[in-house]
Write a protein that binds this ligand. Structure first.
Ligand code: SF4
Ligand code: SF4
Length: 380
């Protein structure tokens, strides 16, 4: 039996297997696509922490793929988008069908199981542009030929398809923080979660005959620490925290601020209907149409706000706090001026945990080091 639940990301009610049951606070991430350098440090930090065992060789709970041609597993999004059919929006309201509403007769949602070979090449399509660079083409904005890096983990969805699909009720969403977990004792490896998850972030482990997925580094979260993919990110593009109810955002909470107050960080494929909780600052160089398909109708406005961010002290503070501390930042503030001020982050007890400059100082080293009596090599 399905229930009517409200999904704020598509601005309407929709069908879901279970009644609405939001957690007290929701584990959530903001990824700034524009800062990612595809170094894959996050990917390996996650792999080393959680999936280095036998049967987990092909499992990348975190992966970074090059869009538009990168996929892991192969064609994960284009295949479900094609099955879903036209995805129409009228202003902020999604008028098409979610994967739950588009379920074939007798099934709970639209889905598919990738073939084993679809998992063989995690970086296929890496660094390939949207189109070939034509002869005589030169750089102008927006870029004519574009690509960007897309960081992907389980979205710890508000309406998880994996959970709805599991016939063993082995998947549960924690009331205290909204993290979605698979109970390994209950799982029998039917792979209904693998079929159902449109993001393909539930994986089957042939060795144990059970499914596994990102656990949001819950042992760290419970100690007030951010996830491995966040604390190891070289580009400082990631922020983990807890998101409040969309109607009652706290403007001093950096996740609420970026998602609900500035509306600059958007969910991936909101039209699927899962209310995912990883939020992306869209790619500046991608086409408007592509960003619309990926992030919904708010993408263009989000980027306009992002472009003007250098004038907004609080906005800069939220961005510079990314990757600056291992601890979870529950609230933040900016003080001083943009050129001279600082961003300050606080823990759950309102104790200061991090302080970073709003504007990085520029230090130009002299060619001749008087103290050491040496000339520095200049490569410029
Ligand atoms: S992204 Fe997939 S695996 Fe993760 S909670 Fe959502 S449906 Fe489940
Ligand atoms: S560690 Fe950060 S910069 Fe490197 S690939 Fe991952 S998200 Fe991108």
């Amino acid at each position: 039996m399905s229930h009517k639940v409200y999904n704020w990301q598509i601005n309407r009610k929709m069908e879901y297997e279970y009644p609405q049951a939001r957690p007290r606070k929701q584990a959530a991430w903001v990824f700034d696509i524009n800062k990612c350098i595809a170094c894959q440090t996050c990917t390996f930090a996650c792999k080393n922490a959680w999936t280095s065992g036998r049967g987990q060789e092909y499992m990348w709970w975190n992966n970074v793929e090059t869009k538009p041609w990168g996929f892991y597993p192969l064609g994960w999004d284009v295949r479900i988008l094609e099955k879903l059919g036209p995805q129409r929006w009228r202003r902020q309201t999604y008028k098409g069908k979610t994967i739950f509403e588009a379920a074939p007769f007798g099934e709970k949602m639209l889905g598919f199981i990738p073939e084993p070979e679809d998992y063989q090449s995690p970086n296929i399509g890496e660094d390939e542009g949207f189109e070939a660079v034509k002869k005589g083409q030169y750089m102008k904005l927006p870029h004519q030929s574009w690509m960007f890096y897309m960081q992907r983990i389980c979205n710890h969805c508000t309406y998880p398809a994996c959970l709805a699909a599991c016939p063993r009720k082995a998947i549960y969403k924690r009331k205290e923080d909204g993290i979605v977990l698979i109970d390994q004792k209950r799982c029998r490896g039917y792979q209904e979660c693998v079929r159902a998850c449109p993001y393909k972030k539930s994986f089957f482990r042939a060795e144990t005959k059970k499914s596994e997925k990102c656990i949001s580094c819950f042992p760290a979260i419970e100690q007030g620490e951010q996830t491995q993919c966040v604390v190891n990110c070289i580009g400082k593009i990631r922020l983990f925290g807890f998101k409040n109810h969309w109607q009652y955002p706290n403007p001093d909470n950096p996740i609420d601020y970026l998602v609900h107050v500035k509306k600059v960080a958007l969910p991936l494929y909101p039209q699927f209907g899962l209310e995912p909780n990883v939020y992306y600052i869209p790619a500046l160089n991608a086409s408007d149409e592509f960003n619309l398909q990926l992030f919904g109708p708010g993408a263009k406005d989000a980027l306009n706000i992002y472009r003007r961010s250098y004038r907004d002290k609080k906005f800069i503070a939220a961005l510079v706090l990314m990757g600056c501390t291992d601890k979870i930042v529950h609230s933040f503030k900016a003080h001083g001026t943009i050129s001279n001020g600082e961003a300050i982050g606080y823990d759950a007890n309102a104790q200061e945990i991090v302080r970073v400059p709003l504007t990085e100082p520029i230090i130009i080293r002299k060619n001749y080091d008087e103290k050491r009596n040496v000339h520095r090599i200049s490569i410029s």
